[in-house]
Design a protein around this ligand. Structure first.
Ligand SMILES: Cc1ncc(COP(=O)(O)O)c(C=O)c1O
Length: 338
């Protein structure tokens, strides 16, 4: 096939209809009839060899390729699927994914995708009030909670660290405090920033796997005695293995007292803010300076779609830290009181 054919609208129309028909049949079997298994398990070498043979030997046929991919996938839409953390994608979201993939507009700067940039901004602005934040709040979309947490901690570093880390590096050992039950990507973010093992102060947890916030004060004193500057405390909302929500209010108050950035890793559970029955779990999130929320976990979008929210997304962040406002502990959010 030459390039002219490959880009031709007729081919796209034909295959597009074929793909949507195959996927609609697939959803019919999965959701309505529940007739397929949730997974057709093969050993890794068997799967690899089968695909190797297919890609070497078969002549290309669009329908066969799609059917083979469907067969070797986990079927998240099956009502009996209980598997990994990723969400069950809304068919409408998948269609918008097709639109986005074809257009391939970015959001890095305005000229690469004007509509996309506006939509990203509006989505962030629409969600932030659910944390009890004001219109000062803003954010960006990124690909994954891992990258989201790194982005938020880089922001914390540039705001809180005692010198201009971006241009001068950091002379002093920097660190964050986080519960020992937190997702390993927080540890990875610290290592990526080059802070090493000393850069992560693990706070022990109680019998519910919740951060023992009463230890924060002592751990901070110990760090300071060793010449370590604590830049941020990360609260888990919730933890990956047990679904435990840290006491965000206690962490928030501690951070305000000590002028430390308060980041909430809400990759899995920050979306509880949308649910009137569950938003109480996030009590204290209004005190956070940044929040990460994965839309591909509990919000029915395809991976990877992550919101990084910053409470004061402007140069005023710096001013904010000089004259830190002490917020009340009960806050009216879009969904009620948390
Ligand atoms: C609490 C928490 N934080 C961060 C992550 C990392 O998110 P991602 O897999 O989107 O990079 C996860 C993923 O499981 C998580 O549960």
């Amino acid at each position: 096939m030459d390039l002219l054919q490959a880009y031709h609208p007729t081919l796209f129309r034909e295959r597009g209809h074929q793909l949507v028909d195959l996927l609609a049949d697939y959803l019919q079997r999965q959701i309505v009839e529940e007739s397929d298994p949730t997974n057709s398990w093969k050993s890794p070498p068997q799967c690899y060899t089968e695909w190797e043979d297919y890609l070497k030997n078969e002549t290309f046929d669009f329908e066969t390729l799609v059917s083979k991919i469907l067969k070797d996938s986990n079927h998240l839409h099956h009502p009996k699927y209980v598997g990994h953390q990723v969400g069950v994608v809304l068919p409408d979201a998948a269609l918008m994914g097709l639109l986005g993939s074809l257009l391939n507009n970015g959001v890095a700067v305005y000229e690469v995708g004007q509509g996309a940039v506006a939509i990203e901004r509006l989505v962030m602005k629409a969600i932030a009030p659910y944390f009890g934040w004001s219109e000062e709040a803003d954010g960006i979309l990124t690909s994954g909670g891992t990258l989201g947490n790194l982005t938020a901690l880089l922001t914390a570093r540039s705001v809180v660290a005692s010198n201009e880390v971006w241009t001068e590096g950091h002379g002093q050992q920097l660190a964050i405090m986080v519960s020992e039950e937190a997702h390993y990507c927080v540890d990875r973010a610290v290592k990526t920033m080059g802070w090493g093992n000393k850069g992560i102060i693990k706070v022990p947890t109680d019998d519910q796997f919740r951060m023992k916030t009463e230890l924060l004060e002592t751990l901070l004193e110990q760090a300071q005695q060793q010449g370590v500057q604590v830049v941020a405390v990360v609260g888990s909302a919730c933890t990956t293995s047990t679904g435990t929500f840290d006491d965000l209010e206690a962490i928030g108050k501690f951070c305000q007292q000590h002028n430390i950035w308060f980041h909430v890793d809400g990759a899995h559970g920050a979306s509880a803010a949308f649910a009137p029955v569950y938003c109480h779990l996030l009590k204290g999130i209004e005190l956070a300076d940044s929040v990460v929320m994965d839309f591909h976990k509990m919000l029915m979008l395809p991976a990877l779609t992550t919101g990084v929210f910053i409470k004061m997304a402007s140069n005023r962040i710096a001013l904010f830290f000089k004259k830190r406002i002490i917020f009340g502990t009960t806050k009216k959010t879009k969904n009620g009181i948390i």
